[in-house]
Write a protein that binds this ligand. Structure first.
Ligand SMILES: O=C(O)c1ccc[n+]([C@@H]2O[C@H](COP(=O)([O-])O)[C@@H](O)[C@H]2O)c1
Ligand SMILES: Cc1cc2nc[nH]c2cc1C
Length: 345
């Protein structure tokens, strides 16, 4: 049963839109930068929003479906990359440092036991990787619920640490197959229009992924409860990301939605609490097939297309300077009145 979430402030949105129209530029000429500033105004309940403090949480988990040969890389990479995150060597570590953003990694389902990796790597393991979704439910409904809750707890930690803009990233070999299955289900699309190359499988690999996704979807109908859909064909990090978005929305905090896996997680969140999408902004268009369809279902338009297909929250971190520019322009540009510039006839 959906609870009532806070909704962004419509009065602040209208005030921000009116301000945009008074700034010294042709009406609408800053395009999406205007929309960005106005959405932050609505989220922060003020005509002129402040620069946000971003925090990044990367959720890591393994996928039993890798037994089908759906990824170009071995499952062991998931755990190895968690160590790389802890050591500061992954792409998202560089971007987090660039933006002085808090970076936390949460193990919600890495297959192996990780050694203690410091205070920024949290052990919230629900199970040691999902079961193979090609042949059975990836996890139980209870495990899906536990992973959702791990994501909610991570959002609360980020907000308690001072975040005003949330970013969820993912690390999970095999997770583009689970994400494709979720996107197919929630957007009612056939597998062939959604599956892509993931980490780089060839044409035969894409066809194999489509067959795996179709087999998994055959266990579902459009009436299947959303939590069951998540348990049947989802992933532990995807569930946690959905919980992260839901908790952000519940606490009136916006999230930037990263790539393909993040979009699948946002669809899960939307299925559980439709209004949570009011608190989401899509960073970029991923190279992965089916990403735009998923974003369209969420009512989101990606800000940029840099041919990214990395995950980790990297695309969301990459657009932080654009968001900062949008907000600074909105707050600091002169108005036609203040600068004595003639407005349109
Ligand atoms: O975020 C994306 O758009 C994206 C697109 C393709 C691949 N990835 C990353 O690659 C991994 C999943 O790819 P795969 O081929 O193992 O399913 C996982 O760790 C993701 O973070 C991420
Ligand atoms: C090396 C590597 C890094 C990643 N980061 C997110 N997904 C990834 C997949 C691989 C294979």
């Amino acid at each position: 049963m959906p609870t009532s979430l806070p909704i962004p402030d419509h009065i602040a949105l209208l005030a921000a839109q009116a301000r945009q129209n008074r700034l010294t530029k042709p009406t609408g000429s800053l395009g999406m930068l205007e929309d960005i500033a106005c959405r932050f105004a609505a989220w922060q309940q003020r005509e002129i929003p402040q620069l946000p403090h971003a925090a990044i949480t990367v959720f890591a988990a393994d996928h039993g479906v890798t037994a089908e040969g759906v990824s170009a890389y071995p499952s062991a990479v998931t755990a190895e990359m968690v160590k790389n995150f802890a050591a500061g060597g992954a792409a998202i570590c560089v971007l987090a440092r660039q933006h002085n953003a808090r970076l936390e990694v949460v193990d919600v389902g890495v297959a192996s036991t990780l050694p203690p990796l410091g205070e920024h790597v949290v052990d919230a393991k629900v199970m040691t990787g999902t079961h193979n979704l090609a042949v059975q439910a990836a996890m139980s409904r209870e495990q899906a619920q536990d992973a959702l809750e791990a994501g909610r707890a991570a959002a609360r930690r980020a907000i308690d640490a001072g975040a005003t803009l949330l970013i969820a990233g993912d690390m999970g070999i095999g997770n583009t197959t689970a994400s494709a299955a979720l996107i197919c289900h929630f957007c009612a699309l056939p597998a062939a229009t959604v599956v892509g190359r993931g980490t780089g499988v060839d044409d035969a690999g894409v066809q194999l992924k489509a067959r795996v996704v179709e087999a998994a979807l055959a266990r579902l109908t459009q009436d299947t409860e959303s939590l069951t859909v998540l348990a049947e064909v989802g992933g532990l990090e995807i569930a946690a990301m959905a919980g992260f978005y839901l908790e952000g929305a519940r606490l009136g905090m916006p999230s930037l939605v990263d790539g393909f896996i993040a979009a699948a997680a946002a669809l899960v969140a939307q299925a559980l609490e439709p209004d949570c999408t009011l608190w989401l902004m899509a960073s970029h268009r991923s190279q992965e097939t089916g990403h735009l369809a998923a974003l369209a279902h969420l009512g989101l338009i990606p800000l940029v297309d840099f041919r990214l297909r990395l995950g980790e929250g990297s695309g969301a971190a990459l657009v932080l300077p654009l968001i900062a520019s949008a907000i600074l322009l909105h707050g600091e540009m002169a108005t036609f009145d203040s600068a004595g510039v003639s407005d349109k006839a």
